[in-house]
Design a protein around this ligand. Structure first.
Ligand code: MEV
Length: 441
């Protein structure tokens, strides 16, 4: 208990850092200067960052890369990607260039609905509950008018509400399941505010509903919250070309490439050990764009993986067909995101990224994100079925090792050249670097 601290959030940034220094670094680390080097010199900008969340003491930087040459539904895009992992942006660039010459990526919004639930316990007659719901349905929506006014003006709002009997899962448990269109916003605040209002209306009206017995009047609200599972907010991205145009990797002729690619997808469709890694590769593309555009990657991740399990087992998020000499590769993904609201109009790099993407609508961004995921998957599979993933990875890994060992630009160039034909490992790089340094003495 000796590290317990009271009122920590009220301390200034300096006081917080001092407390950490004293408590965890025995006052022998210059944490203040260390953390300060990541603050921006622009005080206004720093304040914006400080206020995004709580107890902020510094900024945590991620590289922002860009992948040009994407042709999506005939439009040119350069996609911003915030990611620390090497090779991801390079793979996106390569896939963009490849498919650009073959008609580019085609996308489609399949549907655009989000949902949220009021979870409640009703100990009584289900028929009466259904009658009660039909009676108050209009009122539920009316009571939300103040909340939904702006959203309705923007073309969205509450789409529908239904009662779901879940008593087979949990005793006396029901849901008020509501559907929303949140247009260009992710809409979390809007949906949650509506749901909390629905809960209040249910509680209030149940007390007044004369058909209910005393115990039935006492509906117990457990919670009201949106769902990050959005199988009805679905986007499809696709590429296709004649098989003979699949001159992707020098090791494989187009037919071999198509067949091996299909096998790789079949494996991901049937083997969860592979499916998880396969989908992780897709998420490399998705998350990096989601982060660059200020969206909630945790929500997208949770929803996408639940969707990957919708058949009752975890499977690949992408699929391929080879028919009549045509190779077609696609993904369908549930992605709920926003281009207005949240931090999209506050975070300077997010604003910049959205501008780079020509200020997309929510639907446009869904398409771009899905394309980034598909491109990433194409890049990963192309390498995996030909030269293997380590060739590209090791080059970037080498640079990371060289940076860790504080090598100069000259040393880096020499060693990049040397390791073109030698196996990279931390110890081999360290040894060669030492050789260079000793020879120069
Ligand atoms: C690495 O971040 C992603 C890959 O493992 C994806 C895959 O295996 O398909 C290369």
């Amino acid at each position: 208990m000796k590290n317990k601290v009271e009122g920590f959030s009220k301390l200034s940034k300096l006081e917080k850092i001092n407390w950490i220094n004293k408590t965890y670094f025995h006052n022998n680390h210059n944490s203040y200067n260390f953390l300060k080097q990541y603050w921006t010199s622009d005080k206004e900008l720093q304040k914006i960052h400080d206020e995004f969340s709580e107890n902020t003491i510094s900024n945590f930087l991620l590289p922002l890369g860009i992948a040009p040459n994407f042709l999506i539904d005939g439009e040119d895009y350069t996609i911003p990607m915030a990611i620390e992992e090497s090779s991801v942006v390079a793979a996106a660039c390569k896939a963009a260039k490849f498919w650009r010459k073959r008609g580019g990526f085609k996308t489609k919004i399949i549907n655009f609905k989000k949902s949220g639930q009021v979870h409640f316990i009703f100990n009584g007659n289900v028929e009466k509950l259904n009658i009660f719901f039909l009676k108050i349905k209009k009122l539920l929506i009316k009571d939300c008018q103040k909340i939904s006014h702006n959203m309705t003006n923007r073309g969205g709002g509450i789409l529908d509400i239904e009662i779901l009997d879940k008593t087979n899962d949990i005793e006396n448990y029901f849901q008020l399941n509501a559907f929303f269109d949140t247009v260009d916003s992710m809409g979390a605040n809007f949906i949650n505010s509506c749901l909390e209002q629905f809960a209040k209306t249910i509680k209030r009206e149940a007390l007044e509903f004369e058909n209910f017995s005393v115990s039935e009047k006492n509906i117990e609200i457990i919670m009201s919250i949106l769902s990050n599972y959005v199988p009805e907010c679905l986007v499809r991205a696709e590429v296709s070309c004649p098989i003979e145009d699949l001159d992707v990797e020098s090791e494989l002729n187009p037919n071999q490439f198509a067949e091996k690619f299909k096998q790789a997808i079949e494996i991901a469709k049937t083997q969860k050990e592979r499916a998880v890694t396969h989908n992780k590769g897709i998420m490399n593309g998705i998350d990096s764009v989601i982060i660059a555009t200020g969206n909630d990657f945790r929500a997208i991740e949770a929803g996408v993986h639940a969707y990957a399990s919708k058949k009752g087992y975890y499977t690949s998020l992408s699929d391929v067909s080879i028919e009549n000499g045509v190779f077609k590769f696609w993904t369908e993904l549930p992605i709920s995101l926003g281009t207005v609201g949240g931090i999209t109009s506050i975070h300077p790099l997010v604003k910049w990224s959205l501008r780079l993407l020509k200020n997309p609508t929510g639907k446009d961004l869904m398409k771009i994100v899905a394309v980034a995921g598909l491109a990433q998957n194409f890049g990963a599979l192309s390498s995996l079925i030909s030269s293997g993933i380590q060739k590209g990875h090791m080059k970037m890994h080498l640079i990371n090792i060289l940076n860790t060992l504080n090598s100069s630009e000259d040393e880096k160039n020499k060693l990049i050249h040397y390791f073109k034909s030698n196996v990279v490992s931390f110890s081999s790089v360290e040894k060669e670097l030492l050789n260079i340094r000793n020879n120069e003495l």
